[in-house]
Design a protein around this ligand. Structure first.
Ligand SMILES: [Fe+2]
Length: 390
């Protein structure tokens, strides 16, 4: 989780009256809401609202969102080019699921409309990787600005609205994590601080910076998603009415270019790129520009390997990828369990004189097999498994 943060006005002691005059219904206080994770056992935040956060006028079903895995007759490598995926919908409705399993769903999203209703994912932490565009995330924690190559991490049960700046077509990679998303525990010392030598630290994480409570009595709808089911709640007031909060549960950004690469004299294994992990299900890694290996006989691109008990999904963001031919910006490659993969022919020799790489890529490594969705099939290059032959 990100470090403790406080924004706005809070009382000196938790669970005590945060006085205001006259307050909602002349009750003389702001209304406390505890936002906790894993029951009450893990990180939490405490917010203070103008009105009770429980004032519901109406509950009704909304359209369900079913992610359909495509039946696959063969175990094989996949390459999908998604740069030109059609623009569609808004930042919520425009998500096109591409890969899924019980732990994670990975979607592409190139919206062509503004977000119509507030949204809340009740059963997954979301990571929005901003491939193109910039903008702001609005929640009751305040305004959080984001920019290109940011991971925007939105804890489950955060009601939000995304707004993009004009001028650039928004382009997102969306990762929904069923397990709690956090940082690798090996990056943290016993005091909970990022270790010296970890590839990121507290200064690289950015939480909301502006808290302007919305004081608006009147119907406001929120679409709540829990799995495939969606429910529309009509609230009696706007929920972004917090005057203050503190804690360790809040949306934050981490920019991929702030990931500090670890290099060696010989090739370092993929875990050095690890950025996030989801309890038991998968990890997210960031491949950033870096110096290549310096041993005079170093093979500077990854060795062929069998990824036993994991599926490797790479999303290519920027730059030239030394070990791959044919990939382009917004390509996915999926190298599943059970079959080896490695550098394409000619790429080892081509790397001898290279001293650095400018690649930027996001990898999602899952421990359970990853399925392609029906939507993904139309982007799948069926000749890719044979692309190593010469
Ligand atoms: Fe690999």
């Amino acid at each position: 989780m990100p470090p403790y943060l406080q924004l706005g006005s809070i009382p000196p002691k938790r669970h005590t009256r945060h006085a205001t005059d006259p307050g909602y219904l002349n009750e003389g206080l702001y209304y406390e809401e505890v936002i906790s994770t894993q029951g009450f056992h893990r990180a939490y935040s405490i917010a203070y609202h103008l009105r009770p956060p429980t004032r519901v006028l109406k509950v009704e079903p909304a359209a369900s969102v079913i992610v359909e895995a495509a039946p696959q007759a063969m175990l094989r490598h996949h390459h999908l080019k998604t740069r030109s995926i059609p623009t569609h919908g808004n930042p919520i409705t425009g998500r096109v699921p591409m890969f899924t399993n019980a732990d994670v769903t990975i979607s592409r999203c190139r919206p062509d409309a503004a977000q119509a209703e507030l949204f809340r994912n009740a059963t997954a932490d979301e990571v929005l990787f901003v491939h193109h565009s910039s903008g702001s995330l609005y929640t009751h924690f305040g305004k959080l600005a984001f920019r290109q190559f940011d991971y925007v991490v939105i804890p489950r049960c955060t009601t939000y609205r995304l707004e993009f700046d004009a001028g650039v077509q928004p382009d997102l990679l969306v990762v929904e994590s069923k397990g709690n998303l956090g940082f690798p525990t090996r990056y943290l010392n016993a005091d909970g601080q990022f270790r010296l030598g970890a590839p990121l630290c507290e200064r690289d994480l950015h939480g909301p910076t502006e808290l302007v409570p919305v004081d608006l009595e009147g119907e406001t709808t929120v679409v709540i998603k829990d799995g495939s089911r969606q429910t529309r709640y009509t609230l009696a007031h706007h929920p972004f009415d917090a005057v203050g909060w503190d804690g360790m549960v809040y949306p934050f950004t981490f920019n991929a270019d702030d990931f500090e690469p670890i290099t060696g004299t010989i090739h370092q294994p993929p875990p050095i790129h690890q950025t996030f992990e989801s309890a038991g299900g998968f990890v997210i890694c960031t491949f950033t520009p870096r110096m290549l290996d310096t041993h005079p006989n170093a093979v500077k691109i990854p060795y062929a390997h069998s990824n036993v008990e994991s599926d490797e999904l790479l999303y290519y963001v920027r730059g030239k990828f030394g070990s791959r031919r044919g990939v382009e910006e917004s390509s996915f490659t999926l190298h599943p369990h059970g079959i080896p993969h490695g550098p394409h022919p000619g790429t080892i020799a081509a790397s001898w004189d290279m001293t650095r790489t400018d690649e930027l890529a996001v990898m999602v490594d899952t421990f359970r097999p990853l399925q392609l969705t029906k939507q993904a099939l139309e982007f799948d290059d069926t000749s890719y498994p044979m692309s190593w032959k010469d």
